[in-house]
Design a protein around this ligand. Structure first.
Ligand SMILES: NC(=O)C1=CN([C@@H]2O[C@H](COP(=O)(O)OP(=O)(O)OC[C@H]3O[C@@H](n4cnc5c(N)ncnc54)[C@H](O)[C@@H]3O)[C@@H](O)[C@H]2O)C=CC1
Ligand SMILES: C[C@@H](CO)CCC[C@@H](C)[C@H]1CC[C@H]2[C@@H]3[C@H](O)CC4=CC(=O)CC[C@]4(C)[C@H]3CC[C@]12C
Length: 440
């Protein structure tokens, strides 16, 4: 039976903590290189500047937890640490949570914060590490503060990933930008010193002009201009995180932050891959090529993205001067291919075929269909949510080369992919097969 625990502070209801093994929320106590970054400091057309929106976090810590000891002192290296993963029940978040439990020896308590808690969290509570499930919303500053209080490290993956028009631009901004601001302010107020933010390749591009980004790295010059609410929000949030590096947190020590920028993530739990599989099954085993095979789209395996988060979080203290305020693309040995050809690496062994060596429809017709979908979405909005995969934005992303080639994470914090391409491929195929058959 999960224990339900409500954390009260300042007389208000805080985030719901579900299943705290020992019924306790806070266990506090612990502690630039010139590389600039592939722009990402781009412009968001039609979006407000950072400071035009909400002010700083208002919530106080109230009675929550003990006061933090500043920093993780050398003498306390063996000390067990408290980690918080926001969005810990999402596609990437679940992998980060499991990776931490498997590969972080200093982990003493793992707080999993999400708007929607997954039932799989229950199975984690029998292990040696205390797993604290916290149902909360990153847009609620007091809920975030309650969850952060006493944590040594925050991995902030929570976000609204929507490029299909399901959510309003305001909601995307609220979750991705204000939510991130709340996380930063909570760190500052509680004395939490280490923050790893899950950014995105979308912070850089593809831009609105469709310029290719061909095997670029964090220093590649690129004109980052965004119009879509999702990349705009990720770019603004990333900037907040990087600018917060060096801020004094409660206790007097500096906040150390970095941002990881995955390209398109794939692997177990990837819903769009599963949707393509089901669509192929419905079409009798066929998928139809829409994008030229020559357009390269960057992809990275979820297990390696999770591993990169764990390593970055671990090394942030020791290598604060080098890593603080830095951005890192997420990369591994996944091959450079078009979006559709890459998907076929998994869908092919599951019995699907991609028809056509070249796109079956002329590009202008795809542009027309994407625009039609956008129009239908707008017309139908008062009645029903129409949000197909194809729209002008997704077409532009899928049809513009964007791949990375870098070793910055290896140089800065010793990252090597944990999973080879063969492992990543096999794991993903097994998951697609299982996810597909469970849908039958
Ligand atoms: N999926 C991809 O290909 C890529 C994702 N990313 C980033 O990685 C992060 C994770 O993305 P995914 O795992 O793919 O998405 P996801 O949708 O599977 O996971 C996001 C999680 O955040 C939670 N969440 C959303 N709004 C929340 C709120 N207001 N309060 C608390 N929790 C909230 C959701 O419930 C979900 O569990 C996001 O920040 C996204 O921008 C970056 C690059 C590529
Ligand atoms: C034109 C269609 C023909 O089959 C294919 C449409 C595919 C699109 C739905 C995807 C193509 C590229 C994807 C995006 C990309 O991987 C980068 C992303 C990074 C993120 O941070 C979030 C997800 C995404 C925007 C991802 C979303 C789906 C695509 C647009």
């Amino acid at each position: 039976m999960p224990v339900e625990h409500r954390v009260a502070a300042r007389g208000r209801l805080r985030a719901r903590v579900v299943g705290v093994v020992a019924g306790r929320v806070s266990v506090p106590g612990m502690g630039q290189e010139g590389e600039g970054g592939a722009s990402g400091r781009g412009r968001c057309v039609g979006w407000p500047a950072l400071d035009e929106r909400r002010g700083p976090l208002q919530a106080s810590l109230g009675t929550l937890g003990q006061r933090l000891q500043p920093g993780m002192a050398d003498s306390a290296q063996a000390q067990k640490l408290v980690y918080l993963v926001t969005g810990g029940c999402g596609f990437l978040g679940e992998h980060v949570v499991r990776m931490l439990l498997q590969r972080e020896p200093r982990l003493g308590e793992l707080r999993v914060f999400d708007r929607h808690l997954g039932p799989w969290l229950e199975e984690l509570k029998t292990g040696p590490v205390r797993v604290t499930a916290i149902q909360g919303d990153v847009t609620e500053a007091h809920e975030v503060a309650a969850a952060v209080a006493g944590a040594h490290v925050v991995i902030h993956t929570a976000g609204l990933v929507d490029v299909f028009g399901r959510a309003s631009p305001e909601t995307i901004h609220e979750v991705n930008v204000q939510g991130t601001r709340n996380v930063i302010e909570a760190c500052v107020q509680t004395g939490t010193r280490f923050l790893v933010y899950t950014s995105s390749m979308e912070v850089v591009g593809p831009n609105t002009k469709g310029h290719p980004f061909y095997r670029g790295n964090e220093d590649t010059l690129y004109e980052a201009v965004h119009r879509h609410p999702y990349p705009c929000s990720k770019a603004l949030a990333e900037r907040l995180v990087l600018e917060a590096n060096g801020r004094e947190v409660h206790g007097g020590l500096p906040l150390v932050t970095c941002a990881l920028r995955p390209t398109g993530i794939y692997g177990e739990g990837h819903q769009i891959m599963r949707d393509f599989y089901r669509q192929g099954l419905r079409l009798g085993g066929w998928l139809f090529r829409a994008i030229p095979a020559s357009v390269e789209h960057g992809r990275v395996y979820v297990g390696n993205v999770a591993w990169m988060h764990v390593l970055a979080a671990r090394e942030l203290e020791r290598r604060a001067a080098l890593m603080g305020g830095q951005v890192y693309f997420c990369y591994d040995g996944s091959p450079y291919k078009s979006y559709e050809d890459f998907n076929m690496e998994f869908l092919g062994p599951c019995g699907l075929q991609l028809v056509g060596a070249r796109p079956l429809l002329p590009y202008w017709l795809l542009v027309f269909l994407a625009a039609l979908n956008a129009l239908l979405q707008w017309l139908l909005r008062p009645l029903v949510l129409y949000a197909p995969l194809l729209n002008p934005y997704t077409l532009a992303v899928a049809n513009t080369t964007f791949t990375v080639s870098t070793d910055k994470a290896q140089r800065h914090f010793g990252y090597e992919p944990l999973f080879s391409w063969e492992d990543s491929r096999t794991r993903t195929i097994l998951w697609v097969q299982a996810a597909g058959s469970s849908a039958q």
